[in-house]
Design a protein around this ligand. Structure first.
Ligand SMILES: NC(=O)c1ccc[n+]([C@@H]2O[C@H](COP(=O)([O-])OP(=O)(O)OC[C@H]3O[C@@H](n4cnc5c(N)ncnc54)[C@H](O)[C@@H]3O)[C@@H](O)[C@H]2O)c1
Length: 322
């Protein structure tokens, strides 16, 4: 049987889309994952030349590979990736590839730290060899702050409390030092710290997609620390335009949140209200878990960020329409 075009692209892990003359080239690591698959599709739709480096591991969405962007099936922890990135000569680099599962990182700290930190190092090493690079965006998380008794600002001390957030914080420190040291990167780096992102394609263990699964399939959600964990939430479709804004005009760190914060128990109630459906939960414990993350988002708003979806609109679309 002749394989379909999509199957062929997936099997060979590399595609050669037509070069779009005069359009920018953006290289996205982890561009098949939950959040950045939306970013990949956004830039493809804008007509940009998009190159994705993704090793098709946990969280990846190979079903979006359709020949409209270049995909390199490559591990960011492999030092050969440096030459690959340098040869691509992108105008912009977004480094999002990472093991992003906190529970996995607690079980496998060595693997998480080794792979994520090597991946970060190789991304920075490649970018310092790109004299014409316009912007390098390192993707990080609110978790680098550790427990947040108040809304944390970008300049505050990092205090990561689990192996995953530690690996992300290492990349944050690398960004400062590479930007400060190498002329090729001076003033050209930025970092995003997202709050909890939710929406289509999210891993089914994450809270909002677990809520959807519970409603659709009767799955019982493990409610860590009695559902007291407080997080801010943002709909994934707000992310691509924010990333574009940062590529165009951003410099330094940007907390990305609309300050829609709830405990997990409150989030479950909200989801039940929006849909009129029931969510099932059972008690659970998670070691190394911070109880509260909250951030100040003045900096990204002053850059001109106008989110397209409110939290309620995003939640409704995700739980009812998707
Ligand atoms: N999901 C959230 O709420 C959230 C919040 C804050 C920050 N972040 C950050 O955003 C980024 C994306 O998160 P996500 O939830 O979309 O993750 P995800 O797990 O859904 O996707 C990660 C993608 O990266 C790829 N990948 C992982 N390690 C790789 C490696 N070493 N080499 C090549 N590819 C690799 C995977 O195959 C996958 O496609 C991560 O850097 C994460 O730390 C996510």
């Amino acid at each position: 049987m002749i394989p379909s075009l999509r199957t062929w692209f997936r099997r060979f892990g590399k595609t050669n889309p037509p070069h779009r003359e005069g359009q920018p080239k953006v290289l996205i690591t982890g561009g098949l994952g939950f959040i950045f698959s939306h970013v990949t599709e956004y830039f493809v739709a804008k007509g940009w030349n998009v190159v994705v480096i993704d090793n098709l591991s946990e969280g990846s969405n190979p079903q979006i590979i359709d020949g409209s962007f270049m995909h390199h099936h490559f591990h960011m922890a492999d030092p050969k990736v440096i030459d690959l990135i340098v040869k691509e000569e992108p105008d912009y680099v977004i480094h999002a590839a990472a093991i992003s599962d906190v529970d996995y990182s607690v079980r496998e700290p060595r693997r998480t730290l080794e792979k994520n930190i090597r991946g970060n190092l190789h991304a920075f090493e490649a970018c310092r060899q790109l004299p014409n690079l316009k912007k390098f965006v390192y993707v990080s998380t609110d978790e680098v702050y550790g427990e947040c008794e108040y809304k944390k600002k970008e300049g505050e001390m990092m205090n990561p409390k689990n192996p995953y957030s530690c690996s992300k914080a290492v990349g944050s420190l690398m960004r400062i030092s590479y930007d400060n040291t190498y002329d090729s990167l001076k003033g050209k780096t930025a970092e995003t710290r997202f709050c909890n992102v939710f929406g289509p394609r999210q891993d089914s263990a994450k809270i909002t997609s677990a809520i959807k699964r519970s409603m659709d399939e009767g799955y019982s959600i493990p409610l860590h620390q009695e559902g007291k964990g407080y997080r801010e939430y943002i709909y994934v479709k707000n992310i691509p335009p924010a990333i574009e804004l940062i590529l165009e005009r951003g410099q330094g760190i940007y907390n990305m949140t609309l300050n829609d914060g709830f405990t997990v128990s409150e989030l479950v109630k909200k989801a039940e209200e929006v849909t009129g459906r029931t969510v099932t939960t059972h008690p659970s414990e998670r070691p190394g878990m911070d109880l509260k993350y909250q951030m100040d988002s003045t900096r990204i708003r002053e850059l001109g960020w106008n989110p397209v979806y409110t939290f309620e609109e995003g939640l409704k679309e995700y739980l009812c329409d998707e």
